[in-house]
Ligand binder design. Structure first.
Ligand code: PLP
Length: 370
């Protein structure tokens, strides 16, 4: 049996009949950039998530950069970011010329630790970027309090949390703005690269649109230095069709997560993910923790199981961020997790049979050796 890490072909099969004619209509009209398909998707996504404004852009990294810039982050401003994240969160800060200030995460959810975030605040701090990792929502109440107390803005990285909620509020709806990614493997994925900025602030959303359109809000009038970051009509059509299934697909992810928890409850030495009781998680990834992770991963892979590691190298230990001057031991929780984390295959269309097979191989791999 083969169990991939994600199964995008199954998603395509579900939407093919609906998307085919709509894509043909886009090609026939040759309205590739902007237009009704993009606006309709932006509005539908805003309604679905529960935010006022959505601006479609080219990818998630752009979305974060645009959200930060529209929120007023500029050159030499300090931006607090969790050390345990995908590197794109930090790249978005760097591209502005702002200074990423990494902080450690909590050991349970592996999300930004508000105590560490507060400790890192200085007179130069402009923003905190909570990352809603693995489909969880970061502890936004405590971060919102820091935002008010210290006058720093919150810009959320919601790339892994489409449809996630915390105390009934949407991930991506707490801060001044949020960036999300529609990379194909995300809970809501395009047929290529795409992303969006979310905001409840009309001025922020308007600034995002301007910066993403070469700094122009009227044709050939350029008052700020921008760049080009657009969601195209082809991606909007695919995203709109998948959006109609997102609630159901997230429900199936929750079911699959619950099934793993049941199947793996008695495996000695295996750490299972636990939801924060305030959260309604959307399980972008199902991340367990295990000793001898590399051996266990190799055994899963050898058995045809597409397990992975998100992420093997903490940002401060990458070559790209050596210049931050942080080293081994600076973010102990992130570093310890990086040795033990293992992402199991989880996607809406995974079958009980596939999950039983994964659990079986994993259980054997975790058995103590003589
Ligand atoms: C995917 C992802 C991004 C970047 O999105 P791209 O569309 O690949 O640029 C940023 N942050 C997190 C946490 C992600 O998972």
């Amino acid at each position: 049996m083969r169990v991939p890490l994600v199964d995008l072909v199954a998603q395509q099969r579900e939407i093919a009949d609906e998307v085919g004619p709509r894509l043909q209509a886009v090609f026939d009209s040759a309205a590739f950039i902007g237009g009704a398909a993009v606006t309709e998707f932006e509005d539908a996504y805003a309604r679905h998530i529960g935010v006022e404004h959505v601006v479609g852009v080219a990818n998630g990294t752009d979305a974060l950069e645009l959200a930060l810039r529209a929120a007023g982050v500029g050159v030499a401003d300090e931006v607090i970011v969790p050390a345990n994240t995908f590197i794109a969160t930090v790249e978005a800060v760097s591209r502005i010329g702002a200074v990423p200030v990494l902080v450690d995460v909590d050991a349970r959810q592996l999300l930004i630790d508000p105590v560490e975030a507060e400790r890192a605040i200085t007179a130069r701090t402009k923003a905190i970027v909570p990352v809603h990792l693995f489909g969880q929502t970061a502890p936004m109440e405590r971060l919102s309090k820091l935002s008010e107390e210290y006058g720093v803005v919150l810009v959320e990285d919601a790339a892994q949390a489409q449809g996630a909620r915390r105390s009934g509020r949407p991930a991506g709806g707490f801060g001044i703005a949020a960036g999300t990614s529609f990379y194909p493997g995300k809970n809501l994925g395009a047929a290529g690269d795409a992303g969006a900025v979310l905001s409840n602030d009309a001025d922020v959303a308007a600034r995002v649109r301007t910066i993403a359109a070469h700094g122009s809000d009227r044709k050939y009038v350029h008052d700020v230095v921008g760049f080009n970051s657009r969601l195209d009509a082809v991606q909007a059509v695919v995203l709109h069709a998948k959006l109609g299934r997102l609630t159901e697909w997230n429900r199936l992810r929750r079911n699959a997560a619950a099934r793993y928890v049941e199947l793996l409850a008695d495996v000695g030495g295996l750490g299972l993910p636990v939801s924060d009781p305030m959260n309604d998680d959307v399980w972008h990834l199902f991340v367990v923790q295990v000793d001898e992770r590399d051996r266990v991963l190799a055994e899963l892979n050898a058995a045809g199981i597409g397990a992975g590691i998100h992420y093997p190298t903490p940002v401060h230990l990458t070559g790209a961020y050596a210049h931050l001057g942080r080293g081994v031991g600076d973010f102990p929780t992130t570093e310890a997790a990086a040795q033990r984390i293992l992402s199991l295959p989880l996607y809406p269309h995974i079958t009980a049979h596939q999950q039983e097979y994964v659990a079986d191989v994993l259980t054997r791999a975790c058995r103590p050796r003589p």
